[in-house]
Design a protein around this ligand. Structure first.
Ligand code: UD1
Length: 423
């Protein structure tokens, strides 16, 4: 099993660039399935989830080639309609292919995504929307099959919760459906706007992205295009938290500061000096962070659930007690048990984590519980005195591109050790 070894207790200093957004790249790559002609998607992060997405595209009959941070997809002849279970398991967000396969081939068969490390993750909103658009759905143990042999049609959909994935599936499926689809209470995340920009560049007619009500005017076909994925606001916030937890001074480049509104407010509340320009954010942390009153995770533009665990790790050494309430995913707290191994003082009560700051953390041997929980362990390791070993790092590598290189570039000491012991 590969691992990260961190020698903690050093301030992070300097500049780093942030990768392209995982949560944009995945739906955009899924949407390429609907395009006639080649798509070139630039600024795709080199992470396991992008690799798994390319594997699914190839399984469906596309060519998908990676050249640096550009993934080129040609979906000509992609007639596959089933994602087998091993590929579904490899990437839990593979449900994002539902709308694209259904719209392209009139039929899709998926194994149920099932439980997930951060919560149940049901897909009822996705399925209800496809049904409203004309799909027939049958579920048998472990599999879901949707068919729409006469094509999908536009309709009015009101989501009971602004689900990111369901909004994306509706946008993709609605792009080539007959007529107009409207989505009320659509997700407003920046990644939704990025997907709309990509689809519109391919010839779709989507308006209202980012505003809560979407209108998708179906077109006959989409063509290939070139698109550059937006910067990853979650990775940016993770490196901001690493800088703050080590009392560091770091500028993070290639970001869109407007995507980090409530995150920046939180760092300021914890006593960091934050400066932004149009493409970067600089965190200058005090020696001792202050606690924060209460963080409540919410759909965008609220405080992102993906940053809950990195922020919790950052606050373990703050002066005083902080509270985080998780409203999106019920099981985001697995990281807390691992943080306790560093000497952190946390307790979980239902959906609330209470973090009592301690003066020192000590290096520990820990196991990555999930993607963002893994990021929390990296931050704790960097802030702790002594050596930390993090195992099961494939969860971290699902979403972060070579974090050991980013941290080393900031004067941190973090190495990746391969299965066979090589670096
Ligand atoms: C996406 C992001 C993930 C982020 C999340 C919320 C990707 C690949 N992943 O996940 O990083 O944390 O948005 O910002 O983009 N729900 C239902 N029924 C459904 C769908 C969702 O009950 O059919 C519930 C979920 O269980 C969860 C909440 O809605 O409690 C949010 O889920 P959703 O917004 O759909 O998140 P994802 O698209 O899975």
């Amino acid at each position: 099993m590969s691992s990260y070894v961190i020698e903690g207790g050093r301030r992070l200093l300097g500049e780093c660039e942030v990768q392209g957004a995982k949560n944009s790249a995945l739906p955009i790559l899924a949407a390429t399935l609907l395009c006639d002609g080649k798509c070139s998607v630039h600024n795709c992060p080199d992470i396991l989830d992008v690799g798994a997405t390319c594997d699914i595209l190839r399984h469906l009959g596309c060519t998908a080639e990676r050249n640096g941070h550009t993934v080129s997809v040609d979906s000509q002849g992609a007639s596959g309609f089933e994602i087998p279970e091993p590929l579904m398991r490899e990437m839990r967000s593979s449900v994002i292919f539902l709308g694209a396969i259904l719209a392209r081939n009139g039929r899709v068969r998926l194994s149920t995504p099932g439980g997930c490390e951060i919560g149940l993750r049901p897909i009822d909103l996705h399925l209800d929307a496809m049904k409203k658009m004309g799909a027939k759905i049958s579920e048998e143990y472990g599999h879901i099959e949707c068919s729409a042999h006469d094509g999908l049609h536009g309709t009015n959909i009101t989501l009971s919760f602004p689900s990111v994935g369901a909004t994306e599936n509706i946008m993709i499926a609605g792009s080539t459906a007959k007529g107009i689809t409207t989505v009320v209470n659509a997700a407003r995340e920046p990644e939704i706007s990025d997907l709309a920009d990509f689809l519109n560049c391919c010839g779709a007619r989507i308006s209202g992205a980012g505003q809560g009500t979407l209108t998708i005017e179906g077109v006959k076909k989409l063509s290939g295009c070139e698109h550059t994925v937006i910067p990853d606001r979650i990775a940016a916030a993770t490196y901001m938290a690493a800088a703050a937890a080590t009392g560091g001074h770091v500028r993070i480049d290639n970001i869109i500061p407007a995507h980090l509104g409530p995150v920046i407010d939180l760092f300021e509340e914890a006593g960091c000096r934050i400066t932004t320009d149009c493409k970067s954010v600089t965190v200058a942390a005090p020696k001792l962070l202050g606690s924060v009153k209460m963080i409540r995770t919410m759909p965008y533009p609220g405080f992102p659930t993906d940053i809950h665990s990195p922020i919790a790790a950052m606050l373990t050494k703050a002066k005083g007690t902080s509270v985080i309430i998780e409203t999106i995913f019920e099981n985001r707290f697995k990281y807390t048990g691992e943080l306790v191994r560093f000497g952190a003082k946390l307790r979980v009560d239902g959906r609330m984590a209470v973090i009592e700051g301690v003066p020192v953390l000590h290096g520990a041997r820990v196991i990555t519980p999930d993607l963002r929980g893994g990021a929390a362990l990296m931050i704790a390791g960097l802030a702790a005195e002594g050596e930390t070993v993090i195992t099961d790092i494939k969860h971290i590598e699902r979403g972060y591109e070579s974090p050991e290189k980013t941290i080393s570039g900031l004067s941190g000491l973090m190495r990746r050790i391969d299965n066979d012991g090589s670096e």
